[in-house]
Design a binder for this molecule. Structure first.
Ligand code: ADP
Ligand code: MN
Ligand code: MN
Ligand code: MN
Length: 336
């Protein structure tokens, strides 16, 4: 029997990489990653290689059933250059978490976007809907826009076996969020990218685009989109000591620029100190503080400093692989 494998990868566009995919037909496929052969593509069409030596290699790293296509799987891939080394666009290869000690929960925000009006769903063609307030977690056709797409996406993610933890309508009209959690940084990144892929593809059938930009409505009084990164490792989960948390949080202070560099394009437009964000120029942390760079969830304190942290700075267009990689590096650098 013929099986369709959709090989998915990230292109080389800067500053924001996009999803690319193509279909490989195989026969007698048993559904495991080990059976997925390496493949190649034309890197000169994706800003990943010069035309004269254009081949890049797709190395399968994650597989799940394709919930929307008959006899099919989605295969997330890393990109290698023609010599077999990790391509410079390959953020996943930077993750130093081979024992899956790091758990990540990403809160992916995004706008459903009408390509005709070039505005979010719910925005009238010639102007603006009423101000923010009623849209967050709303119900009813006056305030909630695009629920059919969001519901179809949730079912698709669950059918694919992705560990979605929840969804909600967000603060701006046409803005939504899903959360995905995984034990293992690479796995969390793989699942976010596959969930983004499914959302893009479902949008196609509705003629609705997804706008991942962190501030698509500019500096008007509309929220931007983030991708809060909740993270823990064994140390954070078991510390039982405020001092350990303080040392880890202080390790983030001297490396703000290194983090911001991979926390998504145009983040200066979003991290303004308004709309539940910290200024991009500051570094701060605090218990329950949604105006801080890193929030210490009340849960962590209530459990006696055993829990996790939330870096609120990554934006909706950031690459979860690169976000995880730099967070892991910084946490590991703390002198405990
Ligand atoms: P909020 O909107 O209040 O910031 P959410 O409920 O949307 O919170 O997201 C919280 C996230 O924290 C979830 O994705 C969840 O999986 C994640 N999380 C919870 N415990 C841990 C942990 N120990 N390590 C990493 N992430 C965690
Ligand atoms: Mn949330
Ligand atoms: Mn949110
Ligand atoms: Mn959050």
């Amino acid at each position: 029997m013929a099986t369709k494998l959709e090989y998915i990868w990230l292109d080389g566009y800067k500053p924001t990489q996009s999803l690319r995919s193509k279909t490989k037909i195989v026969s007698d496929f048993g559904g495991t990653l080990a059976e997925c052969p390496d493949w190649s593509f034309d890197g000169s069409s994706t800003e990943q290689a010069p035309g004269g030596s254009s081949d890049c290699i797709l190395k399968p790293v994650f597989i799940c059933p394709d919930p929307q296509r008959r006899d099919a799987y989605l295969v997330m891939c890393e990109v290698l250059d023609s010599t077999g080394k990790a391509h410079e666009s390959n953020g996943r290869a930077l993750i130093d978490d081979d024992d899956n000690d790091f758990w990540f929960g990403f809160e992916q925000e995004y706008f459903l976007w009408d390509p005709e009006t070039n505005k979010p769903l719910g925005f009238p063609a010639g102007g603006y809907p009423g101000p923010q307030g009623p849209y967050y977690c709303s119900v009813g056709a006056k305030n909630a826009f695009g629920r059919d797409i969001v519901e179809e996406h949730l079912d698709a993610c669950l059918d694919a076996g992705l560990n979605v933890e929840g969804i909600n309508a967000e603060v701006a009209a046409g803005q939504w969020e899903f959360q995905i959690f995984a034990k293992g940084a690479k796995e969390a990144g793989d699942q976010i990218w596959v969930a983004r892929y499914l959302l893009e593809r479902i949008g196609e059938t509705y003629g609705v685009a997804v706008n991942w930009h962190c501030k698509p409505l500019g500096q008007l009084d509309w929220n931007g989109s983030g991708m809060h990164a909740n993270f823990s490792n064994t140390t954070l989960r078991t510390a039982g000591d405020k001092e350990v948390y303080t040392k880890i949080l202080e390790a983030f202070r001297p490396v703000v620029a290194e983090h911001i560099a991979v926390y998504g394009a145009d983040n200066d437009q979003r991290l303004t100190g308004k709309h539940e964000t910290a200024s991009i120029h500051d570094y701060s942390y605090g218990v329950s503080d949604r105006g801080a760079s890193i929030r210490i969830p009340l849960y962590t304190v209530q459990k006696g400093w055993k829990g996790y942290l939330e870096d609120r700075r990554p934006n909706s267009a950031a690459d979860p692989y690169k976000v995880a990689a730099v967070i892991i590096k910084t946490v590991k650098s703390a002198k405990l």
